[in-house]
Write a protein that binds this ligand. Structure first.
Ligand SMILES: Nc1ncnc2c1ncn2[C@@H]1O[C@H](COP(=O)(O)OP(=O)(O)OP(=O)(O)O)[C@@H](O)[C@H]1O
Length: 304
């Protein structure tokens, strides 16, 4: 089994909670120096997988490696290499922001003088220096998330796991998070990030792992993703679904319109001409989302 070159590796990992098979066959490869996106619908098993990688939950079966180490056999060694940003903020909110980070530096046995410098550096990095002496509980949700990110980085980990890191962040903080994750990857850190914000992931991720129903549905480099795009069609008169069916064109109807997959802009232009020729009075015709969104919809289609 490859270890060092794969910063994070999972092979046929399974975990159930009573009758629920939360994870039932996940394979994953996350290399150093890249940002890997972990995406999938609610309940797909992403958090369960991340908790297992973060040594906080034991798998029922399968193999896991983090920084070449086994999180089941050697959790303490894994934690020394790993930065973990959970989707919910932890306790200790009576501490000040500075004390909170110092506490985690101490937990990583960082010498006090070094910890002082590192904490100040991190507070600047996540723009919380002005809150250094404030108790953590006064921070807003987004500020707490930035603090959680700083906490994950305290000990300069070589593997960074983030569960929905952008969900509470304002637009500027999201841009900064993107830059920060790219900078970490450029320094050789392996970054695995789960998120539902596909437009943002498509801008920072080098690779994507799709998870659906507790299984890996696909792993790709972003530049290998199918470049077919979904186009959304709306019509004010004429039977749009019937016209598409008659031409054998697969489509998904929902309240915002009818989505079809087309191969290229040229194919989209031809489809529009055909629909008009069929008597459909088209009122809207535009590409939806980006390549990552299209691939996501294709991988999770059977749920509809
Ligand atoms: N501690 C638990 N006890 C019972 N069931 C659980 C537990 N944790 C997770 N599950 C179930 O396992 C499945 C996977 O949950 P998980 O949180 O891993 O999904 P997710 O992909 O992170 O979802 P989301 O995108 O909504 O965060 C869900 O059906 C969930 O209800």
């Amino acid at each position: 089994m490859p270890t060092q070159d794969h910063a994070v590796l999972a092979r046929d990992v399974r975990r159930r909670f009573g009758a629920v098979e939360a994870v039932r066959g996940i394979d994953l490869d996350v290399p150093h120096g890249e940002v890997t996106a972990l995406v999938g619908p609610n309940g797909a098993g992403k958090t369960t997988l991340l908790l297992m990688l973060a040594t906080l939950l034991a798998p029922d079966s399968g193999e896991l490696r983090v920084a070449g180490l086994d999180p089941v056999a050697d959790p303490l060694a894994v934690r020394r290499k790993l930065g973990w940003m959970p989707d919910a903020f932890g306790v200790y909110d009576q501490l000040t922001t500075r004390e909170y980070l110092a506490f985690f530096a101490d937990a990583h046995r960082m010498p006090r003088a070094e910890a002082k410098v590192r904490v100040a550096e991190l507070l600047d990095l996540v723009h919380l220096a002005e809150f250094a002496a404030q108790p953590v509980h006064v921070l807003s949700r987004g500020q707490k998330q930035r603090l959680a990110l700083a906490r994950a980085l305290v000990h300069r980990p070589s593997v960074l796991l983030l569960d929905e890191p952008a969900s509470g962040l304002d637009p500027r903080s999201r841009v900064e998070l993107r830059d920060l994750l790219r900078a970490q990857a450029a320094e050789g850190v392996a970054v695995l990030v789960s998120s539902h914000i596909l437009s943002e992931l498509s801008e920072i991720a080098d690779r994507v792992v799709f998870v659906n129903g507790g299984r890996t549905a696909g792993q790709h480099r972003m530049d290998e993703l199918d470049h077919r795009t979904a186009w959304r069609v709306r019509a004010v008169a004429g039977d749009l679904p019937a016209a598409l069916e008659q031409r054998g064109i697969a489509h998904v109807a929902h309240s915002a319109g009818v989505d079809v997959q087309v191969e290229s802009e040229q194919a989209a232009a031809e489809l529009l001409a055909q629909l008009i020729a069929d008597g459909v009075r088209v009122s809207g015709f535009a590409p939806v989302g980006n390549h990552l969104e299209s691939a996501y919809l294709a991988y999770t289609e059977e749920r509809r």
